[in-house]
Design a binder for this molecule. Structure first.
Ligand SMILES: [Zn+2]
Length: 467
């Protein structure tokens, strides 16, 4: 404060006398002038100045504010970068485009195709393109290929059945790396199954190509070309296989029902427990090309050559031995596998007989023949899984009188244990659309036969799950 020193002289220099009032007043005035000169610039009351002053007093807070502001700006920049990145690399949620061979492409909504993060396809919509026979409905649905391998799915089940083997459907997420369990989703007209699982189980006959950026799926059939003659190519049969998957323990190993046999069935058990749920009826014709591999029957027949698929033939052998053991020994097989052409000849013969003998028009004759004979392609006998019985006691008749035989009584109580069902029961005519046929038995496998038998069902009901 050197200004003060200069303007206020020590009192002693004036001779120690007290200052007069005038002198004091002057001094005060000088002092006031000095204070005026010293006073800071007019007090700044703007917000900024307040803030600046406040910051000066609280340096810690000021630091914190700067750090927070910097962080916010950084976050904003990061957000913008991420948004741009997302927009550029956004997963394509456009609808899927399907192309089946040479057919016109069609689209499937994204929401239908990607469920629970997994890519799905509707196998039902591939069935006719792939020549797969579809049986069942929304509860369970089965797809049978010409070679008789099959895939079966149940509503919202993570377990599928491939040729009798139960396998868990575990697949990678769509555009992801995580492997997750996946369910099948069924309606009466669709069967949504995990794409990756399907591709894994079709070992022959179909080629799949997926473009996960464009969401397109192309399916092509494989063709057999003979002797390099490209004009004469033939679509190869589709083969379902569980070889790349680990089967779950078989359900038939833990039966809900006890099975007891008089004979030793161990040699036949593999056949008895194998499953054959192919549905062939008026709504589900097999078509002219369905021809299963069949073997000659070694059990009692009417002397004609009788054939069935090998598991059905083995199960039948066991059943005939068991019947003999029970004292039923006059039963024999009078009809079994019939090829398409056999049925065609048979049907045509009935029709021409009606035309020539009864003077019917072709239309009338066909209607008359259809009442008792299946049209070609519609006969269950073409599956190689069913047969007609008769006995000596009724003179080899294929008629309702079979119902009164000892053999029929035994079959009614025991056929299910060998995997056979009464195919056209008396109380199911409205569903099967066939008259009651006590002589006609169908092999489906023991588990299904047991459920059908104890559930008082027919095959159509069992496969549609309407129990
Ligand atoms: Zn029959």
């Amino acid at each position: 404060m050197k200004k003060k020193n200069r303007s206020v002289p020590p009192l002693e220099e004036e001779g120690g006398e007290a200052l007069s009032f005038e002198e004091l007043a002057l001094l005060r005035k000088e002092g006031a002038q000095h204070r005026e000169e010293e006073a800071p610039a007019p007090y700044d009351t703007s917000d900024r100045a307040h803030l600046r002053r406040y910051m000066k007093r609280n340096p810690l807070l000021a630091g914190a504010v700067i750090v927070i502001l910097t962080a916010l700006v950084a976050l904003l920049i990061f957000g913008v970068v991420m948004l741009i990145n997302y927009l550029v690399n956004r997963p394509n949620t456009a609808d899927f485009t399907f192309t089946l061979g040479e057919e016109k492409p069609y689209t499937v909504p994204y929401e239908d195709s990607v469920r629970d993060g997994v890519l799905y396809v509707d196998l039902r919509s591939l069935a006719s393109f792939s020549d797969l026979t579809v049986s069942g409905s929304s509860a369970r649905m089965q797809f049978t290929a010409h070679g008789n391998t099959y895939l079966r799915f149940e509503q919202k089940s993570e377990v599928a059945v491939i040729n009798g083997d139960r396998v868990e459907m575990r697949v990678k997420e769509y555009r992801g790396e995580k492997t997750v369990p996946a369910k099948a989703y069924l309606t009466d007209t669709t069967c949504w199954v995990p794409y990756e699982f399907l591709v894994q189980t079709i070992s022959e006959g179909l080629l799949f190509r997926l473009d996960s950026e464009k969401n397109t799926i192309t399916v092509k059939r494989v063709y057999n070309v003979y002797n390099g003659d490209l004009e004469n190519k033939e679509a190869a049969d589709i083969l379902f296989s569980s070889s790349s998957l680990t089967p779950l323990p078989s359900l038939t190993e833990q039966p809900e029902y006890e099975y007891s046999y008089a004979i030793d069935v161990s040699a036949y058990l593999d056949s008895i427990t194998s499953e054959y749920l192919l549905l062939a009826n008026k709504q589900n014709p097999l078509g002219a090309t369905f021809s299963p591999t069949v073997v000659d029957l070694t059990c009692a027949t009417d002397g004609e050559r009788q054939r069935l698929q090998v598991d059905a033939a083995n199960a039948l052998s066991a059943m005939m031995l068991e019947m003999k053991q029970a004292g039923v020994d006059d039963i024999y097989v009078t009809s079994s596998y019939r090829s398409y052409s056999y049925q065609e000849n048979l049907y045509n013969k009935y029709v021409s007989d009606h035309m020539t003998q009864d003077g019917m028009s072709r239309e009338e004759a066909e209607a008359a023949a259809s009442a008792y004979s299946a049209r070609p392609g519609e006969s269950e006998h073409q599956t190689g899984l069913c047969l007609d019985f008769t006995t000596d006691s009724i003179g080899g008749a294929v008629a309702e009188v079979f119902e009164d035989t000892e053999a029929f009584e035994w079959l009614s109580q025991n056929a299910y244990k060998f995997g056979f069902i009464l195919r056209y029961p008396k109380d199911k005519v409205a569903i099967t659309q066939y008259d009651y046929e006590p002589w006609h038995y169908r092999f489906v496998g023991r588990e299904a036969a047991t459920e059908i038998y104890f559930g008082s069902l027919c095959l159509e009901e069992y496969l549609s799950g309407t129990t």
